[in-house]
Design a binder for this molecule. Structure first.
Ligand SMILES: Cc1cc2nc3c(=O)[nH]c(=O)nc-3n(C[C@H](O)[C@H](O)[C@H](O)COP(=O)(O)OP(=O)(O)OC[C@H]3O[C@@H](n4cnc5c(N)ncnc54)[C@H](O)[C@@H]3O)c2cc1C
Length: 421
């Protein structure tokens, strides 16, 4: 990197889907962008099920051909299984809109994240692996660069804008004490990978299946991946999963399988082919999305919950929109919080619709089956929410009807009042 004074328009910290997207779009705008990723890829990451509305961003950054050529199973639907074991009809996205963008993929994140960063490099971004950022540098209130360990050496690197894409590490919002947990979504997860699990046949073979546990204490995800492998995990409150249950998460996962016939029938003859992973306290958000000279994207801004597989989609969209806002701000020679944050209100409104869907899922009075029986007129809006069509106020009309069952809290109030474009 040599002397970097004035060399970079933008430093992106973290090379997950949000960081890779932001870097690709910035490079396409002709900006000089440096990605600092602490790991050497490929590395494990949870979050394999994509949402169909990711299509537009994939198209823009040139990822569609690569995904089509990969061996990732095509995802055409999601399906829910109730606590009593009753299976919903699969929600087939293609039936509502028979177009290529109504299908998506189930990806192995080690391969997918590598592909995304390789793509960013092909578009002109400079990528440094094994480069851990320790802190963001400020001149007064304005971010001006980072302090990082690169090639074993600690150094300062300067840029006009710093993008925090560090995922759950949320480096900048922790440094500025902006991050807070969503008290209604205090969850944890235990998950692993299984070869030879029973998946459906035909169009539903690539489905993400969400299965309530019989006691409704939690739910399972079942995500079919390439090479006859499935990602399977249980999500519940940390107290339920960890209090008084010993210190072996694989034993807890097995106990949960045994109590749930709908998942057990899929995994009982399968072999575990990965470690058992535990993750907790993932539902968090920052009180701001931008500041002077800095922007948060993906999980570093906020993560809702795994239930609808919205994490990567929101990471892609925030990465894309943030990059456009940064390009515009650099052109205007104004990287103030307000200028950088012009994408914020629309992004947060869409995220809020997805959050309401998450609250509905966890409300014991609510079920999709009962809701659709009373309100068949909302079927189309529901499918649109499940594919990620959230940047559109009209779909939000569904929540007036859902309010019969669910007490939705007031929308999250941000510290930042941001002007629209
Ligand atoms: C249990 C669970 C299940 C999930 N399932 C799904 C799913 O099925 N579908 C879905 O879409 N989403 C899912 N998610 C969410 C998904 O994993 C995330 O939303 C997504 O990975 C966010 O992308 P990102 O780029 O913001 O962050 P990440 O993918 O986490 O990338 C952040 C990157 O930053 C790097 N980094 C961190 N700190 C530093 C530092 N100091 N210096 C340099 N680099 C750093 C990390 O190494 C990492 O590579 C799930 C999440 C959980 C917890």
């Amino acid at each position: 990197m040599g002397s970097d004074a004035g060399k970079y328009d933008c430093i992106v910290i973290g090379g997950g889907p949000a960081g890779a997207t932001a870097a690709t779009v910035l490079a396409d705008h002709g900006r000089r962008v440096l990605v600092l990723e602490r790991h050497r890829f490929p590395r494990h990451h949870v979050g394999e099920s994509l949402m169909p509305q990711s299509y537009a961003t994939f198209k823009r950054i040139g990822m569609l051909e690569k995904l089509r050529a990969s061996n990732s199973p095509v995802k055409e639907s999601v399906q829910f299984v109730s606590a009593s074991g009753r299976e919903s009809q699969p929600f087939f996205f293609f039936d509502r809109d028979p177009a290529e963008w109504s299908r998506t993929w189930q990806v192995r994140r080690d391969e997918f994240d590598q592909m995304m960063l390789d793509n960013a490099a092909d578009h002109g971004a400079e990528i440094r692996f094994g480069a851990r950022v320790k802190s963001i540098l400020f001149d007064g209130d304005r971010a001006v660069g980072v302090r990082a360990v690169v090639d074993g050496q600690e150094r300062e690197i300067r840029a006009t804008v710093v993008v925090d894409a560090t995922g759950q590490s949320a480096l900048l919002s922790r440094q500025l004490d902006l991050r807070y947990p969503d008290a209604r979504l205090k969850k944890a997860s235990i998950y692993s990978y299984f070869k030879g699990a029973i998946r459906d046949e035909g169009r539903n073979a690539g489905a993400t299946i969400i299965i309530h546990t019989p006691d409704r204490n939690g739910w399972f995800w079942f995500i079919p991946l390439s090479d006859d492998t499935a990602s399977v995990g249980v999500v519940a409150s940390p107290s339920y999963l960890f209090s008084g249950r010993g210190d072996d998460p694989s034993a807890t996962l097995q106990e949960e399988f045994e109590q749930c016939p709908a998942i057990m029938r899929r995994v009982e003859k399968a072999s575990r082919v990965g470690n058992v992973f535990v993750t907790t306290d993932f539902s968090c958000q920052s009180r701001r999305i931008t500041g002077d000279g800095w922007v948060l994207v993906g999980d570093a801004f906020g993560f809702l919950d795994p239930v609808y597989s919205s994490g990567v989609f929101l990471a892609l969209v925030s990465g894309e929109w943030a990059a456009d806002a940064i390009h515009d701000a650099l052109d205007a020679d104004d990287v103030s919080a307000d200028r950088l944050g012009r994408f914020g209100p629309r992004f947060m409104a869409g995220m809020q619709l997805m959050r309401q869907m998450v609250y509905a899922f966890y409300d014991p009075r609510f079920s999709f089956a009962t809701f659709l029986k009373s309100h068949p007129e909302h079927h189309d809006r529901l499918v649109r929410l499940l594919i990620g069509d959230v940047f559109n106020d009209e779909v939000g009309e569904i929540f007036d009807a859902m309010g019969e069952w669910v007490d939705f809290p007031d929308p999250i109030v941000m510290e930042q009042e941001q002007a629209g474009p």
